[in-house]
Design a protein around this ligand. Structure first.
Ligand SMILES: Cc1cc2nc3c(=O)[nH]c(=O)nc-3n(C[C@H](O)[C@H](O)[C@H](O)COP(=O)(O)OP(=O)(O)OC[C@H]3O[C@@H](n4cnc5c(N)ncnc54)[C@H](O)[C@@H]3O)c2cc1C
Length: 484
């Protein structure tokens, strides 16, 4: 009795709920399938970086399966059509997969379930991508949460599903007549990957997570997480995005590390580090449930009155110019430009950087948050519809539990606070690499002769600020006030 396991955002063997079910229920007669979905590959939000990371993950997964006597069945096309074809060829009796919560995924999965059931195949789906699903948490009135702190308190209070860390032994190889194809390269799929992105795969995720723990990054998370030049966060977001690491593994391992620590010494900051890091995992799930319960937020402001917000200057050409400068990291605000170049070059950006550039796009350039949201999706290796939408709407003040519109990031003060020595700025802006400390946060007062000597002439090698922060802030506040 073969069972098809459809891999999607769970590209791992360890602690994989649906896969464990498939192995147990079939006695190891599992057909592991991944389908390269043409619709997603040709979509407007596709990122070459993400495609490359995903293909790395598939190669790693295929190797792990081959080590166990099996292999990954890879197909390309419409997932529903391919699943039906695989089920017919293999005479599988069951399809199982882990649930995905985005509007697009839910529509696709509903089609898949209907098509397979029509063929007489049992379909089983599982909770796996999150520790608590959107429908598990409700306010006292039975409504979904729209404010993070009560959501988090409820999340923490609920009993948690166990991690399933048991090792997977040998598996039966899929039948020879179940056709597969070689895992393509990004170039073979027509993508030109220009960014230097981190490598994907479950094996790497394990190594990376171990390094995060042994280097004490979670212990020191609370103190270090906001400093842009410090490797103070986990950088596991692409792994959580593609499921090369399970959120349960993250949660339980971080808690176990804390218990071990507290056993050795009395409660210290390290306890808070773990708590704050787990809070970030909860933010991830908070945004999953926001998009699930409020799908309008995908295209519209979560707070629907803000759909009336006037974005832009009224001059389309000028707005396009400002947007291009933001995308390229040429706004004349070094902290914004450094963060955008980090994104453009690596496919990842520090969370503090994301908050700063998102605030700058919406509150300083007065451009629609959806422009930035799309650009991020096209560049981020961890690009995720729920977290990205949540992050953008938070910064634009249009979202649930968002930054209030009158609290505006001043990019210069953010730079002084979170990159005090300008290490991050110099790393990503080669044209400012030689600027002395005393001018790095105040380029305007750098003497002209020094600008010349350092090959950093303002307006020539590096732009003057493209807008004035205080002027733009006034305009933005007036527009928000007019709606409130
Ligand atoms: C405008 C904007 C857009 C964003 N877009 C994305 C996105 O597309 N994909 C994405 O995964 N995150 C997004 N984030 C959230 C956050 O910036 C990244 O998750 C984080 O920077 C990833 O780095 P890390 O793995 O080192 O995180 P850590 O600080 O180590 O946190 C651990 C994990 O918690 C989750 N997490 C952390 N912060 C957040 C948050 N604010 N919201 C949701 N989940 C969080 C991530 O899965 C992360 O890997 C966005 C934030 C903003 C402000």
């Amino acid at each position: 009795m073969s069972i098809i396991h459809w891999f999607r955002r769970d590209l791992r063997l360890i602690d994989n709920t649906a896969l464990n079910h498939a192995i147990a229920a079939s006695g190891g007669d599992v057909i592991p399938v991944f389908i390269l979905d043409e619709q997603l590959l040709r979509g407007k939000d596709v990122a070459p970086a993400r495609v490359q990371f995903m293909l790395d993950c598939l190669r790693d997964l295929d190797k792990s399966l081959r080590d166990r006597g099996s292999r990954l069945i890879v197909r390309r096309g419409d997932p529903v059509r391919e699943l039906v074809a695989i089920a017919k060829a293999s005479r599988a009796t069951e399809l199982c997969f882990n649930r995905d919560y985005t509007p697009l995924a839910r529509a696709r999965d509903a089609r898949a379930i209907a098509a397979l059931q029509a063929e007489g195949i049992v379909v089983n789906t599982f909770k796996d991508a999150v520790i608590h699903e959107p429908d598990e948490l409700h306010t006292g009135n039975g409504a979904p949460y729209t404010v993070f702190t009560p959501y988090k308190n409820k999340w923490l209070a609920l009993p948690k599903p166990p991690a399933q860390m048991s090792k997977i032994d040998m598996l039966r190889a899929p039948q020879a007549n179940v056709a597969t194809q070689a895992i393509p390269t990004a170039a073979e799929l027509g993508f030109n990957v220009t960014q230097q992105i981190q490598k994907g795969g479950e094996s790497i995720a394990q190594v990376q997570f171990n390094a995060v723990l042994t280097e004490g990054r979670i212990d020191r998370y609370q103190e270090q997480r906001n400093f842009l030049a410090v490797n103070g966060t986990s950088r596991l977001s692409p792994h959580l995005r593609f499921g090369t690491l399970s959120p349960r593994t993250c949660y339980y391992t971080a808690l176990a590390a804390r218990v071990e620590k507290v056993g050795r010494q009395s409660a210290t900051n390290s306890v808070n580090g773990t708590d704050v890091w787990i809070s970030e995992l909860i933010w991830r799930e908070f945004y999953v449930q926001v998009l699930y319960h409020f799908p309008h937020a995908d295209k519209h402001s979560f707070k629907q009155n803000y759909d009336a917000m006037q974005w832009g200057s009224g001059n389309a050409a000028q707005d396009q110019e400002l947007f291009a400068a933001w995308c390229e990291g040429k706004t004349g605000y070094p902290i914004v430009d450094a963060a955008m170049r980090q994104l453009n070059q690596t496919g990842w950006m520090h969370n503090r950087g994301r908050m700063i550039v998102a605030s700058f796009l919406t509150k300083d350039l007065l451009l629609d948050w959806r422009w930035g949201e799309r650009y991020f999706m096209q560049k981020l290796v961890d690009g995720d519809p729920a977290s990205n939408n949540g992050g953008w709407q938070w910064a634009a003040s249009t979202g649930t539990d968002a930054q209030p519109y009158f609290r505006v990031f001043n990019p210069s003060l953010q730079a002084e606070r979170f990159d005090p020595k300008g290490v991050y700025i110099r790393k990503w802006l080669s044209e400012l690499a030689r600027v002395p400390d005393e001018y790095i946060h105040n380029l305007a007062v750098m003497p002209p002769l020094m600008q010349l000597q350092l090959n950093c002439v303002l307006g020539q090698n590096y732009p003057y600020p493209i807008v004035d922060h205080n002027t733009q802030k006034e305009i933005m506040m007036a527009r928000f006030k007019a709606i409130n």
